[in-house]
Design a binder for this molecule. Structure first.
Ligand code: GDP
Ligand code: IMO
Ligand code: MG
Length: 428
C-alpha cells in the first residue's frame, strides 16, 4: 500500500481540515507530518464547528488511527488544552491518537524568541502566528532541540534548563528582558502538560506507518500551511519554517518517496494570505472586501483579517509541479456564487512588458503585474447542490478552464463549510 498526501497549494487556510475529515472514511489512518499549532484546521458537521491545531483532522470519523509524525513541532500546553477539550466533547482521543517520540517540543522560551525576533525585524516583520514555530525548527536544525522522547530520560530537566538558559541569553541579545516570574509560572504548566502527554501512546511513528502499509492498510497524510509558505519554495523569507510540500511527508513521517500514491492539492477558488509578504493578486478594493466578508476570511488561530485576491494560476501551476499533484480539490467556490464575473491570473508581466508563466525569485508586485483573464460568473446559489449534474454551465466552464491551465483534474468541489457540502465528481 501507499500513502496519499493532502496539502495546501496556496498560502494556507485552503480548507484542508474539512477535506481530510471528508476523506478519512476511505482510510485506516491519518497523519500530520509538519508544522505545529500555527495551523488552524476547521471542521463543521452536525451544526458543530471544531478548530484543530496539532491533532490530525481524522479524529471525528470511525476510529481511524491518527498520528502526529516526527516532522511536527508540539507545544505541550496547547496540545493538552486541545486534547482535553476534545475529550470533554466526547472524542475518545486516547484510543486513536499516537504521537511520535521524535516530535520536537516548543518550549515557553521559543514563543518569547518568536515575539522578540519579530519585534527586532520591525518593518520587515513576517507576521508569524507567534507560536514559537521558527525558533523551534531553528533549534531542531542546529541540533539543539528537545524531543518528546527526551522527556523520558533521567536528565531531562537539566537539558530543559540548559535550553531555557540558552534562550534567555538569546532574548537578552535581542534586547528583551524576559519576565522571569511569568516564565516560571508557564514552565510549571508546561511540565504538567508533559506529564499529561505521557498518558498518550508515544510511538516510533515511522515503524507504525510502514507496518500499517505492509499490512495493506491505507494512510492519508495531512499537510499544514501551504506550498507558498514552504521554507524552500514559498515566498521566502515570508514563509513558515517547515517543508509544507509533498516531500515533507517523506521526511516528516519516515515514508519513502516510492510509497507516495495520490497527491491531493487543495486550493480556494480565489486566494488568501495572512501575515506579511508578497501577494501578487491581492485586491485592495471593494471586491477584496466582498470576498473577505462572504468567505469569512479571518484566521482560525489568530482571528487576523486574511488578505484576499483573485486566483493565481502562476503560483498554482508551480505548486502542482513541486508537489506532483495528481488530483485537485477546489474549495469555497460558493463565495463567488453571486459575482457577475471572476478573474484568474494566468501570467505575470514585467516592467518591460514581457510576460512569464514562471514564478519569479522575488514575488514583489513592484516588479511585475498580474495578467488576468475574465470569466463569466455563474450567479447561482450552489450551496445546496448534491451532484455535478446540477452545476450551472458557467461554473462547469470555470472548472474546465482551471483543469486545462493546471493540467490536472479537479475531483472534488467544496460548496460550503459543512462536511455535507462536498461534491465528489464522477468519472474523475
Ligand atoms: P485549513 O487551515 O486549510 O484547514 O483551512 P481553515 O480551517 O483555516 O480555513 C478554511 C475556512 O473555510 C474554515 O472556516 C472552513 O470552515 C471554511 N470552509 C471550508 N470549505 C468551505 C467551502 O467550500 N465554502 C465556504 N464558504 N467555507 C468553507
Ligand atoms: P493552516 O495549516 C495560513 C503564516 C503566518 C506567517 C507565516 C509564518 O491553518 O493553513 P509561523 O507562525 O509559521 O512562523 O508564521 O506563515 N502561517 C499560516 N497562514 N495558514 C496557516 O496554517 C499558517 N501557518 C503559518 O501567518 O505569515
Ligand atoms: Mg487554517
Amino acid at each position: 500500500m501507499k500513502v496519499d498526501v493532502l496539502l495546501g497549494l496556496q498560502w494556507g487556510d485552503e480548507g484542508k481540515g474539512k477535506v481530510v475529515d471528508v476523506l478519512t472514511p476511505r482510510y485506516d489512518a491519518v497523519a500530520r507530518f509538519q508544522g505545529g499549532p500555527n495551523a488552524g484546521h476547521t471542521l463543521e458537521f452536525e451544526g458543530k464547528k471544531y478548530v484543530l491545531r496539532s491533532i490530525p483532522s481524522g479524529i471525528f470519523q470511525h476510529g481511524q488511527i491518527n498520528i502526529i509524525g516526527n516532522g511536527v513541532v508540539l507545544d505541550p500546553i496547547l496540545f493538552s488544552e486541545e486534547a482535553k477539550a476534545l475529550e470533554e466533547s466526547g472524542v475518545d482521543l486516547r484510543s486513536i491518537l499516537r504521537i511520535s517520540r521524535k516530535v520536537h517540543l516548543i518550549l515557553p522560551t521559543h514563543r518569547l524568541l518568536d515575539a522578540a525576533s519579530e519585534k527586532a525585524k520591525a518593518g520587515g516583520k513576517i507576521g508569524t502566528t507567534g507560536k514559537g514555530i521558527g525558533p523551534t525548527y531553528t533549534d531542531k536544525v542546529s541540533r539543539n532541540g528537545l524531543r518528546l522522547g527526551d522527556t523520558l530520560t533521567a536528565d531531562f530537566e537539566a537539558r530543559y534548563e540548559a535550553a531555557r538558559n540558552r534562550h534567555i541569553a538569546q532574548l537578552k541579545a535581542l534586547g528583551d528582558e524576559p519576565d522571569m516570574e511569568a516564565l516560571t509560572a508557564t514552565e510549571a504548566k508546561w511540565m504538567e502538560s508533559i506529564a499529561y502527554i505521557k498518558t498518550y501512546e508515544i510511538v516510533d511513528s515511522e515503524y507504525l506507518i510502514n507496518d500499517l502499509l505492509k499490512d495493506g492498510k491505507s494512510v492519508l497524510c495531512e499537510g499544514a500551511q501551504g506550498t507558498m509558505l514552504d521554507v524552500d519554495f514559498g515566498s521566502y523569507p515570508f514563509v513558515t519554517s517547515s517543508n509544507t510540500v509533498c516531500a515533507g511527508a517523506c521526511s516528516g513521517l519516515g515514508v519513502a518517496p516510492n510509497k507516495i500514491g495520490e497527491v491531493f492539492g487543495i486550493f480556494k477558488a480565489y486566494c488568501t494570505r495572512v501575515g506579511s509578504g508578497p501577494f501578487p493578486t491581492e485586491l485592495f478594493d471593494e471586491t477584496g472586501k466582498k470576498i473577505r466578508d462572504l468567505g469569512h476570511e479571518y484566521g482560525a488561530v489568530t482571528g487576523r483579517e486574511r488578505r484576499c485576491g483573485w486566483i493565481d494560476l502562476v503560483a498554482l501551476r508551480y505548486a502542482v509541479m513541486i508537489n506532483g499533484v495528481t488530483q485537485l480539490i477546489m474549495m469555497k467556490s460558493d463565495v463567488l456564487d453571486g459575482f457577475d464575473s471572476v478573474k484568474a491570473c494566468v501570467a505575470y508581466r514585467d516592467k518591460t512588458g514581457k510576460e512569464t508563466r514562471h514564478l519569479p525569485f522575488y514575488l514583489d508586485d513592484d516588479n511585475f503585474e498580474p495578467v488576468y483573464v475574465t470569466l463569466p460568473g455563474w450567479k447561482t446559489d450552489m450551496t445546496a447542490m448534491k451532484s455535478e449534474d446540477e452545476f450551472p454551465a458557467e461554473f462547469a466552464d470555470y472548472i474546465r478552464f482551471l483543469e486545462k491551465e493546471l493540467e490536472t483534474p479537479i475531483t472534488i468541489v467544496s460548496i460550503g463549510p459543512d462536511r455535507e457540502q462536498t461534491i465528489v465528481r464522477k468519472n474523475k
